[in-house]
Structures are given as C-alpha cells and as structure tokens.
Write a protein that binds this ligand. Structure first.
Ligand code: HAM
Length: 426
C-alpha cells in the first residue's frame, strides 16, 4: 500500500469537513423542495458523443478537459463534465411528450481535466437545476431568483450577478460574421490563446482574461447591436423583471460562457471572496439543445452551482455538528443488550443517540459524553440491569446534571414524559 495516493485534482472529504457539506446540502434541498423542483439522477458515465454533440467540439471542456477512455467493448466513454447534456439525453430517451414541462435538479460529481488550483478540481461537485419546456422570460427570472435565493439562504453576501444575452442562432451568426472580420484585422494584437480560438470558437475570445486582449476588445463589434427586435425585447423584459424583484445585476456584454448550447440569457454569480476562481454559479438558456440532440423543439434554461466554491463561501456556523441528545453509558453483559435495545427505541423520537460500544470503563465513557457535550446521559450498569431499569439525567459539562430519574425499561410513558420535559420540547 506504500505511496498509494488519490489522483491529482481529486480530494477526500473527511467526516469533519462533511458536517458543513451536509448542513449546506440540507438547506439547498429544502429550498428546492419548497420550489417544487424534482430530482433527476443520470449516470456519471456517458457515451463521449453526447458531450461532443451537446456541449460543442470547439469548447475547452470537450477539446481539452474530458476524461475519455475506451471501455472493454471498445466504446468511447466519458466521465460527465457537466449535467445539462445528460439531462437532455435522459428526457429525450425516456419520452418527453407525456411531461413537456419539468423543473428538475441534480447533484453530484463532475469531471474536468483542468489544472488543479484553489477552487478548481478535476473531480468537483455541482448542484444543477434545469427548467425544461419553459420559454417565457418568467422562467429566466424564476431560475435566476432561485439561484440567488439559495445563495442568500446560506447567508452568503457580497455576490454579484452578471447577465448578458446571446440572442438566438440567427443573431449570433450575423454577429459572428462581422466579429470575424474585425478579428482578422486585429489578430496580431490578440494573445496566443485567443488567436487559436479564431477558427475553433471565436465567441469565446470575448471571455478572454488577457488584459491586452480585453482592452482591444473594447473596440470590437458588440453582440447586442446585432440582436433582432424580438431578442432585444426579451432582454429588456428580463432586466425590468429583475428590477421589480430587486435582484441587483450588472450587464457584461462579454459574458459568453464556456459551453456552446446557450441562447438568449446567460448569467453568472461571482463572489470577490473566492479569489481567481470567482464564479460560484453559471447558467443560461439553451433553447436549441434538445432539438439538436434529436428531441422535440423544447426551450429550456438552467444553472449549476459549484459545491466546493459554495462550501468555501458558506458561513462558519454551518461547520457545527448537531449535538448529541443522549449518550448511553453502559457496562456488563445484560446492560449492554438492554442499552442496544433502548438506543433503537430512542432514535425513533428523532433524537441523536450515541451508544457507547467501546467496553471502556464508566469513567472513560463519562469523559466521552462530556467531550461530545451531550445534552443528557443514560447510565446502565449491572445494578440497573438487574432491576430492569436505567438512570437518565440532564448533563452539564462539569459532569453533574439534574432532573435525574430512574425509569423502568417497560415504562414508556415515564420515559416519554422525561424526554418531552428535557429534550423534545426544547
Ligand atoms: P459551468 O459554468 O461550466 O456550467 O459550471 C458551473 C459551475 O461549476 C461553475 O460556476 C463553478 O462554480 C463550478 N465548476 C466548474 N468547473 C469546476 C472545477 N474544475 N472545479 C470546481 N468547480 C467547478 C455548467 O456546467 C452548465 N451545465 C450550467 C448550466 C446548467 N447551464 C444551463 N443549465
């Protein structure tokens, strides 16, 4: 086992770290349930072709970042780099006609072969939400508000929402013609990465982080000037409705996103607290994707939140585990059996019950209960076991306690009364 390590860019999440993950996930899942959004689970492994067709061959994700391999049947498989294409495939494959309007969420690992750094991993996790079959601006607004409110519920502040519109396919083709002409004239002023993108994915040049390229791009033609009247109206409606909901936004005409399927609305939510990988949530509309993949003409919009980045932003209060309600100290053959039985009964009251199965001395078990700051303890030794009863008391950190009672194992009424007075009603 010497020198066996996890792969670069992947991480182990250990029990203490997972307390925060679980607390965050709980709040997120409650928000999704309140918005009546249903879960969908798709395989982590898909045919490579799905992502080539769904995300686009010229994108960074598909051209450089996919974990792709041949399986034993010589089929090209890929570990999913994102969830939208898989959801689209699953819906088409499972027949969409009976349910053309769907609000869906998914959560799980995604894989991209990127250079690992703070906030960027090769295996990371996303929460994704997809509204399928919805065309009106109201769905754009509900999606953006949902993402905004999930982050708000977690107490995350100093967030910036950036929005843009990419128009429809015709708008983009018109724009691309004139942008390409401009790029050809200015090619020598662009950084190398952007020069390489001219033939593969010219729109992504707009997203360049290179300072000189950014400066030159200020003079490039703007996509908003090529929008049809309908696309313009749609975008103005979006902004108006965001104003009504008092969700603050900044327009960023260079926000094109890294995946080819977007149409009309594109948005990102960033936080200054995240450093260079500042985007916690990215999303947009993809009205052509499902049709392009062989399904019916189905407008759709969605977003994905990077969970690692979300966890970094969420408050320290979410790192605190739920406290133990009852710690059961026990010793002796019969006592151990009775303790096991009692722990199962108590857990039915939704109490966090820790049964000590260490076989250690009473004093060590007391110390453990103390360390855990358990709210109460139960003691079962040979004497108690012989009388078929146990001692229960509230516990304070000095090792003392109050409200002590001796309760028979059969006396559920007395037990329930004690729990109600001391734990459940609090
Ligand atoms: P994306 O912008 O590629 O969009 O990813 C969404 C979020 O996933 C990012 O904002 C970031 O928080 C997180 N993320 C991406 N790559 C990494 C990484 N290597 N390490 C850590 N976190 C990362 C999508 O994936 C689209 N499917 C979103 C969407 C859904 N659009 C419409 N529907």
């Amino acid at each position: 086992m010497n020198n066996l390590k996890n792969l670069r860019g992947t991480v182990d999440l250990l029990p203490d770290q997972l307390i925060k993950w679980q607390n965050v996930e709980k709040i997120v899942l409650e928000q999704l349930a309140r918005a009546s959004i249903k879960e969908i689970r798709t395989p982590i492994l898909e045919m490579t072709e799905l992502f080539i067709r769904g995300i686009g061959e010229g994108t960074d994700v598909v051209s450089k970042e996919m974990y792709t391999f041949l399986d034993r049947g010589e089929r090209s498989c890929t570990l999913r780099p994102e969830g939208t294409a898989s959801v689209a495939r699953a819906l088409i494959q499972n027949g969409m006609s009976s349910n053309p309007l769907q609000k869906l969420w998914y959560m799980g690992p995604m894989f991209r072969y990127e250079r690992p750094q703070a906030g960027r991993q090769r295996q990371f996790h996303q929460l994704g939400v997809e509204f399928i079959g919805y065309e009106s601006v109201r769905s754009d607004i509900e999606i953006i508000a949902l993402a905004w409110d999930i982050l708000g519920k977690l107490g995350i502040k100093e967030l910036n929402l950036e929005i843009n519109t990419l128009g429809d396919l015709d708008d983009r083709l018109n724009y691309q013609k004139s942008f390409l002409k401009w790029l050809e004239k200015n090619i020598n002023y662009l950084d190398l990465d952007s020069q390489n993108r001219i033939n593969k994915n010219p729109l992504r040049i707009l997203d360049s982080k290179n300072i000189q390229t950014k400066k030159i791009l200020e003079n490039a033609p703007k996509l908003v000037d090529f929008l049809s009247e309908k696309s313009h109206e749609r975008y103005s409606d979006l902004k108006k409705q965001l104003d009504v909901l008092k969700i603050p936004y900044v327009e960023n005409f260079n926000l094109v996103r890294g995946l080819d399927y977007y149409t009309h609305t594109a948005f990102e939510i960033t936080s200054g607290a995240l450093g260079s990988q500042a985007t916690v949530c990215g999303g947009g509309r993809y009205d052509d994707l499902i049709k392009q993949m062989g399904g019916p003409n189905t407008p759709a919009i969605g977003f994905a939140i990077g969970l690692e980045r979300l966890i970094l932003l969420a408050g320290k209060d979410l790192e605190v585990p739920r406290t133990t309600d009852i710690y059961i100290i026990n010793q002796g053959l019969i006592a151990e059996l009775l303790a096991m039985d009692l722990s199962r009964k108590l857990r039915n009251y939704d109490l966090l019950v820790e049964l000590d199965i260490s076989g250690a001395s009473f004093s060590k078990q007391f110390k453990k209960a103390n360390k855990l700051k358990s709210k109460s303890i139960i003691i079962i030794g040979d004497d108690e076991a012989a009388k078929n009863e146990f001692v229960i008391r509230r516990f304070d950190q000095s090792g003392n306690g109050d409200n002590e009672e001796v309760i028979s194992f059969e006396n559920d009424i007395k037990l329930k009364r004690w729990l109600n007075n001391n734990l459940l009603a609090k």
